[in-house]
Design a protein. Structure first.
Length: 300
């Protein structure tokens, strides 16, 4: 590959890492993303003799995305998953510790908006430890841990001076990444999980499939917009982050409820229980991948 092609390849890699062109623009200090959108369109057309990425821009991209000097001119192994939906795997500083037999992983993801580390043990005892600055989210994550019988340790330093948005969304993303990595090839797991959970007047149903494909059906109309200081819109962002990075199919239906706290809590409890069912080992499935394709860990 010549230098122009390598820079082009790396440009598209950075778009993936950042999430989209607008986010990449912002990371690199552009207030208006139009110029990068135009550049992408031009590169996609792959015009003969067209201008590639200038050295000035290459440096700007490297600095904005915290890459070492000269990164744009080197070829890199694909570290990210194929893109689906509007969210993609993002992590330039991504550390992973994995032990297949224990299904324990730690994932760290640092951006300008949030610095997050999540450790998950799929075969845990329901222990949660949270330090995120968003108490209601922590209350919900605790439901996932407790009812999912997974150990979950979430540390996040986010830009809460703006609002909770990035913190909640990005915790969903990293939780999804951790879940995907902890599951590995999904050998011997049940794959599907479902649960109904009531809490007084509220009732929710969650059905999920460790399908290898991201998909969210979200039917949850909250009875009010805020639970204390927590904006309920953020739950959808959270679950989008989870499905896009765990690569799972997730159906969430709140079937009744007038108390927003109850509505949320039934959803998270049901999610925890459905997750537990799906990730647990099925003795009769031992040594098998629960798919006639023989493959569940790739997006296919
Ligand atoms: Mn509660």
């Amino acid at each position: 590959m010549d230098k122009k092609a390598i820079r082009t390849e790396n440009f598209f890699r950075l778009i993936k890492e950042a999430g989209n062109v607008s986010k990449l623009s912002r990371a690199c200090g552009y207030t208006n993303p139009a110029s990068l959108h135009q550049l992408r369109a031009r590169l996609e057309k792959n015009e003969e003799g067209g201008r590639g990425i200038s050295s000035v821009l290459a440096t700007k991209l490297e600095q904005g995305m915290k890459k070492p000097n000269g990164w744009m001119d080197k070829r890199h192994r694909d570290e990210t998953q194929p893109a689906f939906g509007n969210k993609q795997t993002v992590d330039s500083t991504h550390s992973l510790a994995t032990n297949n037999s224990d299904r324990i992983v730690s994932v760290t993801r640092n951006t300008k908006e949030t610095q997050i580390t999540i450790t998950i043990n799929l075969d845990g005892s329901g222990q949660g430890r949270f330090d995120t600055g968003v108490p209601f989210l922590e209350h919900m994550l605790d439901q996932i841990a407790r009812h999912g019988m997974i150990d979950l340790d979430v540390t996040c330093k986010g830009d809460l001076h703006i609002d909770d948005h990035h913190t909640v969304e990005d915790i969903g993303i990293v939780f999804g990444q951790a879940l995907k990595q902890a599951l590995g090839d999904k050998m011997g797991v049940r794959r599907y999980g479902h649960s109904y959970v009531p809490l007084d007047e509220a009732l929710s149903r969650v059905v999920l499939d460790l399908s290898g494909r991201p998909g969210l059906v979200y039917n949850l109309a909250f009875s009010r917009a805020w639970i204390g200081k927590f904006d309920v819109d953020l739950f959808e962002e959270f679950f989008h982050g989870v499905v896009n990075h765990a690569m799972i199919t997730l159906h969430i239906d709140n079937l009744s409820g007038t108390n927003a706290h109850h509505q949320a809590e039934t959803v998270f409890k049901a999610f925890g229980r459905a997750l537990r069912m799906a990730v647990e080992f099925d003795e009769r499935m031992a040594g098998k991948i629960p798919s006639t394709k023989g493959l569940l860990s790739e997006s296919n």
